[in-house]
Design a protein around this ligand. Structure first.
Ligand SMILES: Cc1cc2nc3c(=O)[nH]c(=O)nc-3n(C[C@H](O)[C@H](O)[C@H](O)COP(=O)(O)OP(=O)(O)OC[C@H]3O[C@@H](n4cnc5c(N)ncnc54)[C@H](O)[C@@H]3O)c2cc1C
Length: 819
């Protein structure tokens, strides 16, 4: 009989949950020198979701650098764990093949494989015949290609987790089974301990790795973890002649299937396009080593299609049809990092069915984050603070989770927007924009007008594609209208904060790399940096008056910016109010914007009286609005912040008077193309937490001379002292007007890979796809070096000539903005 575990009275870190993620976090904390770690597992190690995972270990397929690095690290770790711990992991590098069964998937995998190769994944495109040679039982006459990684394969998820737990213990961590965390204890907004079924333990940090229980555990402390379990299936056949242990893993997303050997038969796993959330009302506490009764009726048609990829499977007997729950998140990215609600409360959960194959890397990232106070990889896509409380509602989880599991195997068209759980947030203008033909997409839960169908056309995007969709010319017209006339754009989804108090100016200026505390009535573009001198936020601060500031950040940075302020303002006379819902934001942009504004208000809008960067309250009809002369589109323009209850009044007036000036509506596709031509950055898309402002080309917004300095200044100075930059964000423009860029396209200089496109759009004025790429070189990167090279961008299976520039390719002198 096992003796009852003894709970220490304190530990530096308590990890809750003994699945692959919790054990990996404990392992890495201990390995990095924090041995005072206690892992609590309510039942037995692996008893949640981990025990029944299929164990695919795949490095191919992600267009995220962070995810790809985590996968590679995970595979390397699993390969060395046995030697370190004596516990086998079951890693078998038998190879992995991704099948492309249609032309759009072929395009996707060609794009992704180029990016994965840049990241060090050795992936090769195979003909259908070569796929057949590697997996003779698979039907290959209807596929176009396979993408093969010889070093990938499979692991045994239980053995991996046992090895991680053993490795953690060998380094001094305590792993306690049969101990449930009942409640996280807090004081003054920070974690101080954990209450368990056998007593309390004090700690500085908690890491919630409770898998599908993580949401409920977090909710006890008001921590937002909007994950939801869904049914997840695989089938195991009886033995099949010709199936052997060295067959590679094969995956065919078009048939919803992944397939590998199991006990001489086949394991066929499914990601069906319409899936079923499980226990929306709450995950039962005692669900250990649990199974869900399979829904044969619902799954039958998908199964048939999946099995048809290896036709002998249809004739083999079914040994087991297994259904187990796995956690899915609203955007298929995990919930990772320190919760905005509580200091010291970290989360690593919501693995969207890739917890085994990313678990090693995720544990490393999180351990580094806790120990060093910030992560060493780009976490903007997976940071828990991108998520919002409304996403925890049962209705949201029930609706969204129907779509999320299936998304894993959909073709990842770059313009795809989730279609479930929509309509959660609507701007005040929504119905009016809909009446004008707006096509809406999900923008952090807001219905964002993406583009407008012209009169007589339905706002229907038509079939998704990697090429030009039916709305391409309408988008081009909106873009042109902004460059040549005047447009209105709804950007109410921007995060807006009123910051007030005696210390507000001093502290905002300390957080900002630029000087934001000059004269009142001025907007300043700035970055916020951490102590390491890399980017935390990219936003504007407007000084409305002494002790009163207006801070505007992008929708994705909403909670991050707010948390950053609150944590740095603690104890001071500086108060943050989130006024996002209180103000609509309407942009009036384009060379005729001043004429229109002048027709709308009695305020003197002349260049002399209302210059670039001026911010003032103006009268507009029956409303008083904050008008800021600024642009994110590269033209003369104004942002209007309107009290929500007056928003439609102002909008109607703008549209009525705007007709005289040819006012057009423009959507977020136009926002993307206009800002990209001008090289304006977007945090979380083309710049992230690993970049210094100098590498990001934002040195112009860093004021090294301002009195009092700023957070991160020493690191910026140290960075500068290291000499000329060898890593820089550059603008790239394709010389062929046809191909499109989206994200993760590999950039070549003189036949060498030098980086990849972080974000891209189409430059309707520049005449080709345009993007921002992070480029690295062994020598200093300056314009002369850019000019001396022959540039190409790899798009699917070809390299397209390009030009590269440090200065914005559109209006580098800002003459249009300051006109
Ligand atoms: C059918 C299926 C096939 C899959 N195949 C693969 C695959 O091939 N490759 C892959 O990478 N991934 C796969 N996955 C996904 C993978 O299994 C998960 O992503 C991973 O196991 C999640 O690990 P976790 O540690 O987050 O959660 P879990 O394994 O669920 O661990 C959480 C642990 O927390 C414990 N716990 C909960 N609450 C408390 C508390 N209050 N106190 C103490 N302990 C608590 C639970 O008992 C549990 O052991 C698959 C999943 C399914 C369902």
């Amino acid at each position: 009989m096992q003796s009852a575990p003894t709970l220490p009275s304190r530990a530096r870190v308590v990890v809750i949950g003994g699945g692959v993620i919790g054990t990996s976090v404990a392992y890495h904390l201990a390995h990095m020198g924090w041995r005072d770690v206690v892992l609590l597992e309510r039942d037995r190690i692996t008893s949640g979701t981990t025990w029944h995972a299929a164990g695919l270990m795949v490095t191919f397929g992600s267009s995220s650098e962070t995810s790809t690095e985590m996968r590679k690290y995970t595979r390397d770790l699993y390969a060395r764990l046995e030697a370190e711990t004596g516990q086998a992991t079951g890693l078998r590098q038998i190879g992995f093949i991704e099948c492309a069964a249609d032309k759009d998937r072929l395009e996707e995998y060609r794009r992704v494989s180029a990016f994965n190769r840049l990241c060090g994944v050795d992936v090769h495109e195979l003909s259908p015949r070569q796929v057949h040679e590697l997996f003779p039982l698979a039907r290959t006459d209807d596929i176009l290609a396979g993408f093969y990684v010889a070093e990938d394969g499979r692991v045994d998820p239980v053995d991996v987790t046992m090895a991680l737990a053993k490795g953690a213990k060998l380094q001094g961590a305590a792993v306690l089974e049969g101990v449930a965390a009942l409640r996280v204890l807090t004081r003054g907004g920070a974690v101080v301990g954990v209450r368990t079924n056998i007593g309390d333990i004090e700690c500085e940090y908690v890491v919630n790795c409770a898998g599908m229980w993580a949401r409920q555990l977090g909710a006890q402390n008001g921590v937002t973890i909007p994950l939801q379990a869904a049914e997840h299936y695989y089938l195991i056949t009886e033995k099949i002649a010709g199936v052997h242990r060295d067959l590679p893993v094969i995956e065919d997303p078009a048939s919803h299937a992944y397939i590998r050997e199991e006990g001489g038969g086949l394991l066929i796993g499914l990601f069906e396009p319409v899936c079923a959330p499980w226990k929306v009302e709450g995950i039962p506490e005692g669900f250990s080593f649990g199974e869900i009764a399979p829904d044969w009726d619902r799954m039958g048609p998908y199964l048939e299609r999946a099995m048809a990829r290896v036709p002998v499977a249809l004739e083999a007997g079914v040994k087991k049809f297994f259904c187990g729950p796995e956690s899915f998140t609203p955007d298929l990215r995990p919930c990772v990092g320190e919760a905005p609600e509580l200091r010291g409360y970290f989360v690593a959960a919501g693995l969207n069915s890739i917890g085994i194959l990313t678990g090693g890397g995720l544990g490393r990232v999180l351990a580094h984050w806790i120990i060093h106070g910030r992560p060493d990889v780009d976490v903007t896509g997976m940071h828990i603070d991108r998520l919002h409380p409304y996403q925890c509602t049962p209705e949201y989880r029930r609706l969204r989770t129907v779509e999320s599991l299936g998304m894993v195997f959909q073709c990842h068209y770059p313009t795809r927007s989730m279609t479930t759980a929509r309509g959660a947030k609507r701007s005040a203008f929504h119905d009016r924009l809909a009446a004008r033909g707006a096509y809406f997409r999900d923008v952090s839960g807001w219905e964002g007008a993406d583009w407008y169908a012209p009169a007589g056309e339905a706002p229907d995007p038509g079939p998704l594609s990697w090429g030009r969709q039916r709305w391409f010319p309408w988008w081009a017209d909106e873009h042109r209208a902004c460059r040549e006339g005047v447009i209105a754009m709804d950007m109410s989804f921007m995060a807006k904060f009123m910051v007030q108090g005696r210390d507000a100016g001093r502290l905002l200026n300390y957080l900002s790399a630029n000087d934001v505390d000059g004269e009142a009535g001025l907007i300043t573009y700035t970055q916020w940096l951490n102590e390491g001198g890399t980017l935390e936020a990219d936003l504007t601060v407007t000084k409305l008056a002494d002790e009163r500031y207006w801070v505007v950040a992008s929708d994705t940075a909403h909670r991050h910016a707010e948390t950053w302020m609150r944590r740095h303002f603690a104890g001071a006379h500086a108060f943050v109010t989130d006024v996002t819902s209180g103000y609509a934001q309407l942009n009036i942009q384009g060379p005729r914007a001043r004429e229109l504004m002048q027709a709308l208000t009695a305020e003197d809008m002349s260049n002399a009286a209302f210059p670039f960067r001026a911010a003032r309250e103006i009268d507009l009809g029956l409303a008083r609005v904050l008008c800021v002369r600024i642009t994110y589109l590269g033209e003369l323009g104004y942002e209007l912040y309107i009290p929500t209850e007056q928003a439609t009044h102002v909008y109607d007036r703008v549209v009525e008077i705007g007709a005289r000036f040819g006012l057009r509506h423009a959507g977020l596709k136009a926002l993307a193309s206009l800002r990209m031509e001008k090289g304006y950055r977007d945090y979380g898309h083309d710049i992230d937490n690993t970049d210094s402002p100098l590498e990001a080309g934002l040195g112009f917004a860093v004021d090294l001379k301002k009195p009092g300095g700023f957070l991160g200044k020493d690191a910026v100075l140290a960075f500068k002292a290291r000499g000329p930059l060898r890593r820089r964000l550059v603008q790239v423009l394709l010389q062929d007007p046809a191909p499109l860029m989206f994200h993760a396209e590999v950039v070549w200089r003189d036949g060498q890979r030098v980086g990849y496109v972080r974000a891209a759009s189409y430059g309707h004025t520049l005449g080709g796809a345009v993007g921002l790429a992070m480029v690295e070189a062994p020598c200093p990167i300056d314009q002369a070096w850019l000019d001396a090279g022959r540039w190409e961008v790899e798009i699917a299976d070809r390299r397209v000539p390009a030009i590269a520039s440090l200065r914005p390719l559109y209006d580098p002198t800002m003459s249009r903005i300051k006109a």
